[in-house]
Ligand binder design. Structure first.
Ligand code: WT7
Length: 650
């Protein structure tokens, strides 16, 4: 932990009541009702979760107990048995919802597909049968490196049907990141596609997988969905064409019934050290949390068309595009491409064309919409919208008010949802028909969530004071461990404040009981809503043959929230300059992905260090932001480097 005191900066006093029309029809329509259920959930969690589990989920063998908690390990519904895909598909077919649309897909080129629950179930079963034929066994790991196409969701659900553990790798990740994740998970199978459409180009995906697999021994088969038709290399015996391979498969596939604590997926996320963490989520508790939160936070109704713009490669895509939504038999909008292709009105066009009712996006996107201009949303009929959501980073009150007025036309509540890859489901959020909201605040805890704001000694701080956000009690969708590294799981999340889950975020609870999350307090950045560890970027940079030493820090960025600035010392005899900077930026793009690319690279013959050799990151952060350094520099080994590092880089 690097921070000492946390200032709370967001001061916004306006309160927005749920619009009357919304409240009248909402699942939860008063704050008292929310409070009553919340109190029940935390005073009798065992009873609360048992009842919900039996009500909400279809069990092959119902559980007889809800919670086992031996910090840091939690189990939920441990003696229950079920299957996630049965809960997301079969039960809806049995309830007569087979002809209900599950997915409305719009490709970037403009192609539209509607997939019913019956069709989705058929495709999932085909894919599961194919995996079975290829020899997949319960517990095997499957990599999914795809874009936003229905087949990505089909691949995930097919894994769930057989008790296979998927690890979805965001399509923006580059070769080394794919390689490391597949290796860490020892994946036997990979789903990918030839390429995806992005900003009018066909972005290759299979070619990246091909390169990654040169250094992955565990993968036996690669199933390739042909999306763009672009040319791809083919490894006979290893690669299978999705369409060809599925044709012979039956649309019936018996689900593999698994224990509630059987792993559902691994999702890698950045931490404070170089190696990404394989966050492990399991079956019953996860499914219950995402199902309940999806219904109450998004006030989901049978006729909603819900659109979350997050990619399936992030946890938001897992929980609130796939599992939480299909568990509720929701209709989900899925869009393949960029928000500004062919122009900046694309999202508003989609909302108008399909009559989207719920729209969930990230503050970084909202800031881009603002910059692109009001003329784009104004030119479209957004009257189908009834609820807006935000996730990924704190939303600044200006962006909140713009979203509320320009997109929601003052009629739609906004749910600012705080959660993490590790929490699996939404932890802090307004309930849209019940909670009066303050722009910029994530409001109140969801059922069963017990947040606390503490100081560095773990003592609770008074309301209105900034501190560290911890969660006191286990909740059903909490991560169970880090794949292959239980020690790191313990150290990262539970050793800092024994027995409590440490989020890594700074936050404050105001006098009215609203939670305000201020962002990461560790060396993890939030760039366009993507979590990136500075250590990961640094270890990538020093992996380049030119680089002797590297430090990466964040600086405030109007659009992205934060952007990345790298400070570099080159190896002897190399000349700093634009050309080298471009090579290093390229290297990061190649290894991690373009979204991790430093915005600026500065060079110096050394980095500012203490006499004991520790890089003084505090100074670098100030330098990056262009702030005055001030203070005492006498502890520095070589204060002269600061002048070099003050100069603007490349
Ligand atoms: C980190 C988690 C959860 C899905 C997307 C990101 C930040 C997330 C909010 C919010 C303020 C937020 C936190 C958190 N964050 N939502 N509504 N207000 N900050 O998942 O990549 O695991 O990142 O995103 O810093 O710790 P993730």
């Amino acid at each position: 932990m690097t921070s000492t005191t946390i200032r709370s900066v967001s001061q916004e006093s306006r309160i927005f009541e749920p619009p009357e029309e919304f409240r009248a029809a909402a699942h939860l329509s008063s704050f008292d009702e929310y409070t009553r259920i919340y109190e029940e959930s935390i005073t009798d969690p065992e009873g609360f979760w048992m009842a919900r589990a039996l009500e909400e989920l279809v069990w092959a063998k119902p559980p007889t107990r809800a919670i086992e908690w031996e910090p840091p390990h939690a189990k939920f519904f441990a003696d229950g048995e079920l299957n996630v895909s049965v809960n997301c598909l079969d039960r809806h077919l049995e309830a007569g919802k087979g002809s209900k649309t599950a997915i409305v897909f719009e490709g970037e080129p403009g192609d539209i597909r509607k997939i019913t629950y019956q069709e989705l179930a058929d495709e999932v079963n085909r894919a599961a049968n194919l995996l079975k034929r290829l020899g997949a066994k319960k517990g095997d790991r499957v990599g999914i490196y795809m874009g936003m196409v229905p087949e990505a969701a089909i691949a995930m659900l097919a894994c769930a049907r057989l008790g296979l553990i998927h690890t979805v790798i965001f399509g923006g990740f580059a070769v080394e990141s794919i390689r490391d994740r597949l290796n860490d998970a020892s994946a036997r199978f990979v789903f990918t596609q030839d390429g995806l459409h992005r900003r009018g180009k066909a972005v290759p995906l299979k070619a990246q997988v091909d390169k990654a697999l040169e250094q992955v021994a565990s993968v036996e088969k690669v199933i390739v969905f042909k999306r763009t038709g672009q040319e791809v290399d083919w490894v006979d015996g290893r690669d299978l064409d999705w369409a060809e391979a599925m044709t012979g498969e039956s649309t019936d596939c018996a689900p593999e019934i698994v224990d509630a604590e059987h792993p559902l997926f691994i999702l890698y996320t950045s931490g404070t050290t170089g190696k990404p963490k394989g966050v492990l989520h399991t079956t019953g508790g996860y499914l219950l949390s995402v199902k309940l939160s999806a219904r109450y936070v998004f006030d989901l109704k049978d006729d909603d068309l819900y659109w979350c713009t997050a990619d399936i490669g992030w946890v938001t895509g897992h929980s609130y595009v796939v599992y939480g939504m299909f568990a509720n038999a929701a209709t989900v909008m899925m869009y393949e491409g960029a928000p500004n292709h062919p122009n900046e009105a694309r999202f508003w066009e989609i909302i108008e064309r399909h009559r989207v009712t719920i729209f969930y996006t990230a503050p970084t996107a909202i800031r881009a919409f603002i910059r692109w201009g009001d003329q784009h949303p104004k030119a479209h009929d957004l009257s189908s919208l009834r609820l807006l959501g935000s996730v990924g980073e704190p939303i600044n009150p200006e962006a909140w008010v713009w979203y509320y007025e320009t997109i929601g036309n003052g009629r739609c509540p906004i749910v600012d949802t705080w959660w993490q890859t590790e929490t699996g489901s939404i932890m802090l959020s307004p309930i849209p028909g019940a909670t009066p909201v303050k722009p910029g605040a994530c409001s109140h805890p969801f059922f069963g969530v017990v947040p606390k704001i503490v100081n560095e000694s773990g003592e609770e701080v008074p309301d209105g004071t900034g501190g560290l956000l911890v969660i006191e009690k286990p909740w059903p969708s909490m991560l169970r461990t880090l794949w292959g590294d239980d020690q790191r799981f313990r150290e990262t999340y539970f050793d800092i404040f024994p027995g409590k889950y440490f989020t890594g975020d700074g936050a404050r609870r105001d006098e009215d009981g609203f939670y305000w999350v201020m962002g990461r307090i560790d060396d993890v950045l939030n760039i366009s809503g993507h979590r990136l560890g500075t250590a990961e970027i640094e270890s990538c940079l020093v992996g380049h043959p030119y680089v002797a030493e590297a430090a990466a820090v964040g600086r405030p960025d109007e659009l992205k929230g934060q952007s990345l600035v790298a400070f570099i010392t080159l190896k002897e005899g190399l000349e700093a300059g634009a050309e080298v900077a471009a090579k290093l930026a390229d290297h990061v793009s190649q290894e991690i992905g373009r979204f991790a690319c430093p915005e600026e690279i500065r060079f110096a013959h050394a980095l500012p260090k203490t006499r004991s050799g520790k890089i003084v990151r505090r100074l670098l952060t100030k330098l990056a932001a262009g702030e005055e350094l001030g203070g005492d520099m006498s502890t520095l080994e070589d204060p002269s480097v600061l002048d070099e590092l003050k100069k603007k880089g490349y």
